[in-house]
Design a protein around this ligand. Structure first.
Ligand code: RP5
Length: 162
């Protein structure tokens, strides 16, 4: 793998099963990424260090997934001018409403692009990150256009047995 362009960060190893949606999509698009577990509450210093250094390493967008009192995306956003895409992880206690509100309700001046709860949100976070890269990258833009065509083809191909 060469220099990662997208970082996928999660608050706990228990988020990996959900966050793998982003890993798989970036693999499909052959985009270099790095994946790490960093916790806003358990490893705050490491989160700050990673966020402050991400741009210098060549990262263009950061995907951050966390559940519960999900401060991760917001804290990363507080330390970088890179776009941060937050994914609220579904929780057993509150079904991810806790994660959603913690991720989306950022104060003015520190934006996080918040996605849907769970796997759909993770997949969309990866697509959104690719769309950011595609602003200046024709090859990625072409792959995204083909991806959208494929989505449409699947829907058009549905035959309902009613
Ligand atoms: C959050 O708390 C993590 O992002 C995870 O979604 C949740 C539970 O973490 P574990 O107790 O499974 O480590 O920080």
């Amino acid at each position: 793998m060469s220099k990662p362009k997208i970082a996928i960060i999660m608050g706990s190893q228990s988020d990996l099963e959900t966050m793998n949606e982003a890993v798989n999509l970036l693999k499909e698009f052959k985009i270099d990424y790095e994946v790490r577990v960093l916790s806003a509450h358990r490893t705050p210093d490491e989160v700050a260090k990673f966020s402050a250094e991400a741009r210098k390493k060549g990262i263009k967008a950061i995907i951050a997934g966390a559940g519960g009192a999900a401060a991760l995306a917001g804290v990363i956003a507080s330390h970088t001018t890179l776009p941060v895409i937050g994914v609220p992880i579904e929780t057993s206690s509150l079904k991810g409403m806790d994660s959603l509100l913690s991720t989306v309700q950022m104060p003015a001046g520190v934006p996080v692009a918040s996605m849907a709860i769970g796997k759909a949100g993770v997949k969309n976070a990866a697509i959104f990150a690719l769309q950011i890269l595609a602003i200046y990258d024709k090859a990625i833009e072409k792959k995204l256009a083909a991806y959208k065509k494929e989505l449409a083809k699947k829907v058009k191909g549905i035959k309902l047995n009613v």
